[in-house]
Design a binder for this molecule. Structure first.
Ligand SMILES: NC(=O)c1ccc[n+]([C@@H]2O[C@H](COP(=O)([O-])OP(=O)(O)OC[C@H]3O[C@@H](n4cnc5c(N)ncnc54)[C@H](O)[C@@H]3O)[C@@H](O)[C@H]2O)c1
Length: 390
């Protein structure tokens, strides 16, 4: 097993190059045998449909402590090997990789057990709920020499990829402002698990939704976040709605709003000195790039928008068939993960990224409690590089 950390690439950039070579994956293999731990909402509606659509993934076993969920999900996806105890799944020698889809409070213990069993792992966000747990996971993943990825599915969304590329190519010029909104009606749903109502168990918009967009601030702009200010509204459950502002090291300012009790919306806007872009993860034609000098809504912009929609129509049909643009991000996430495992290369969303996003969520929680901006540097590990590795 080879593991080289912090290597520089040919252009001299600091790259998170980690060569993961795992002897149990034969070089000729092109299908990964996956086990899923936790068969709740996310596994049933997002991960398993995405995995089922990929020829490079075969789900061979599932585990859940709730026998009813195990039966329901096992029957729906025709998975015969079912374990009440996740440790029994980890002893299953056929399994190469594990998806950890349990509530956030159980991420750390179960993911550590997966790493100890020398299986590749994709753990849902947030990586875990505290920095000590995150540090243990980062260290253990480094030593285990397996592919260890955090499920920041939005990083794999095609509009987000296009946005990142446009920013990296300098098409917006230096970015001044980021504005994002993610809103859903999930709090109105009956039968929501208790953990989703409680901040200390990983529920609420800061833990569940803001963690994604805080990760995107870093991922899209390639810069770390130095300061966070947050306001949160708690009525029937913790953090049902929240706003965040942030100051990034490259000078850009960011503001984001999240709600689990408002109309459905998902928008990411980036404003640079030479252009602006909109990435809208729920819309099949939701990527717009415009020069700084044009006004949104003028005749040229409207004509371009119409043309874009017409051009995107054929793609819409296959997108709808696959569950829409958002579900496709899980498919792309799994494709990325399997590619990384089979080729022994590091994923785009590492446990280090998971720790960084957790620092930002904890800073936001602290700010929402105190009413003051929080300097994120005091939550960083002393050995964490100052420059962004996103
Ligand atoms: N990427 C996204 O946008 C996204 C979307 C949904 C959920 N998630 C994440 O996925 C995770 C799960 O969320 P969910 O909505 O599916 O939760 P859920 O409560 O619906 O399901 C969790 C399942 O885990 C099982 N479980 C709990 N402890 C267990 C244990 N020790 N061993 C085995 N099974 C156990 C429960 O019985 C339940 O069936 C969370 O971390 C959540 O944040 C992410």
């Amino acid at each position: 097993m080879i593991s080289g950390h912090g290597v520089r690439d040919r252009a001299g950039n600091r790259a998170r190059i980690r060569v993961n070579v795992r002897t149990t994956i034969d070089p000729g293999r092109n299908v990964l045998a996956v086990g899923v731990i936790g068969c709740g909402y996310g596994a049933e509606n997002l991960h398993l449909p995405a995995m089922r659509s990929l020829p490079s993934v075969r789900v061979v076993a599932i585990a859940d402590s709730d026998p009813e969920r195990l039966r329901l999900v096992g029957d729906r996806f025709a998975i015969d090997r079912r374990y009440h105890d996740y440790e029994a799944l980890l002893r299953d020698a056929e399994i190469d990789a594990v998806a950890v889809c349990v509530p956030p409070g159980a991420h750390a213990a179960i993911t550590l057990a997966v790493l100890d069993a020398h299986k590749h792992v994709l753990v849902e966000k947030p990586l875990c709920l505290d920095l000590d747990g995150a540090d243990r996971l980062v260290e253990r993943a480094r030593r285990a020499s397996v592919t260890a990825m955090v499920g920041f599915n939005l990083r794999y969304h095609r509009h987000v990829r296009a946005a990142r590329q446009a920013i990296a190519q300098g098409r917006l010029g230096p970015v001044e402002l980021v504005r994002t909104v993610w809103s859903s009606q999930v709090r109105q749903q009956a039968g929501l698990p208790e953990w989703r109502r409680r901040r200390d168990l990983g529920g609420g918009v800061l833990n569940e939704m803001a963690v994604h967009h805080l990760d995107l601030w870093r991922f899209l702009l390639g810069s770390e976040v130095d300061e966070i200010f947050a306001s949160s509204r708690t009525e029937t459950s913790d953090d049902q709605t929240a706003t965040l502002t942030g100051r990034l090291r490259n000078g850009a300012l960011a503001l984001s709003g999240f709600s689990q009790r408002a109309a459905e919306a998902h928008e990411i806007e980036i404003y640079g000195r030479q252009g602006r872009l909109l990435a809208s993860p729920y819309r099949f034609d939701g990527f717009e790039l415009g020069p700084a000098a044009t006004f949104p809504g003028d005749l040229t912009s409207r004509a371009r928008g119409l043309l874009r929609t017409v051009r995107a129509l054929p793609g819409m049909i296959s997108s709808v068939r696959q569950g829409g643009s958002f579900l496709q991000s899980y498919r792309d996430e799994w494709q990325h993960f399997t590619g990384c495992v089979l080729r022994g290369i590091p994923p785009d969303s590492t446990f280090d990224d998971g720790r960084r996003a957790l620092e930002l969520v904890l800073a936001a929680i602290d700010s929402a409690r105190s009413g003051h901006p929080v300097d994120v540097s005091r939550l960083r590990r002393p050995d964490e590089p100052a420059e962004s590795s996103a």
